[in-house]
Design a protein around this ligand. Sequence first.
Ligand code: PGA
Length: 245
Amino acid sequence: MRQLIAGNWKMNCLSAEAVALAKDVAAGAGDIQAELLVCPVALHVAAVAQALKGSTVAVGGQDCHQEAKGAHTGDIAAPMLADVGAAWVILGHSERRQNHGETDELVREKCLAAAAAGLTPIVCVGETEEQRVGGQETEVVGWQISGSLPKPFNGVIAYEPLWAIGTGRTATEQDVANMHAFIREELVRQFGEAGRGIRILYGGSVRPANAPGLLAVPEVAGALVGGASLNAADFLAIARAARSV
Ligand code: PGA
């Protein structure tokens, strides 16, 4: 299977910038073996999907509501993302867990809504610095996995230690290897054989310079890239470091 390199554009880019960035990524994607995905703000999903038509680059949202429609001012439903061209959706990102109080249970409900709309969820898990210093990182991530993923789960997990997000500090390859091995064990314990097929991405300050090392770690099936995905050349350089898994 090819590694998945997903760009999380977060709350960046006006519409023309989003379209230009998407076109630059598509223009350089021709010789790339990895599976490519970009996730602009929901407002730009339609325009980015249009710009990427005919390319190998997929589009995703950064969140969705747990219900398919209704009286939820300001929210966006999974079928709406799918309707304008999204195939994926990031769920339970730590910025949503922290800034919007999203719980594991809510993330699980959102996964069900995404699946019902035909979107593939990328569910983010990861410990805070305090939890890692306290030696609780595996316990925290284990709970997040059991609470956030519905059964069955047809999606991808992204391990993103909070202290590595947007900080320029990456987890060491050994930290990543340990945690990804733990996540795999947990998935097999919780999902049986199906748990072996769930892809696990790493995220947190992935850059062209550290991508080859991180993407070579066992059980790393790709990367969720924030800051560096806003630069097409950097994002493509990361994708070029991908391998078959
Ligand atoms: P970063 O963000 O690459 O800027 O650290 C990663 C993420 O939050 O998905």
